[in-house]
Design a binder for this molecule. Structure first.
Ligand SMILES: [Zn+2]
Ligand SMILES: [Zn+2]
Length: 81
């Protein structure tokens, strides 16, 4: 059966129309979001590295962030053995 009108394929995520079915299928799937995480409190910021750095005043040129309580505990336990 021949179709008179060429079908389009619509991305279910962003509703953009594509001529090719595969194009539509891969348009937003998987949808990948770039996320920057504050190294100190681990809050996530979508697409915004500056916000993640400014969150807790992280200094990329400064000393590494202090170890977490869990890391300190692990280090302390290691010293016991
Ligand atoms: Zn899409
Ligand atoms: Zn933070």
């Amino acid at each position: 059966m021949k179709t008179v009108i060429e079908p389009k394929f619509r991305c279910g995520e962003c509703h953009e129309l594509h001529d090719d079915e595969d194009e539509a299928r891969f348009c937003c799937v998987p949808s990948v979001v770039e996320v920057y995480i504050c190294p100190i409190c681990h809050t996530e910021y979508d697409h915004d590295e500056e916000a993640a750095i400014e969150c807790c005043g992280f200094d990329p040129d400064g000393p590494p962030p202090p170890p977490t309580a869990a890391e300190l505990e692990a280090a302390g336990q290691e010293r016991l053995f």
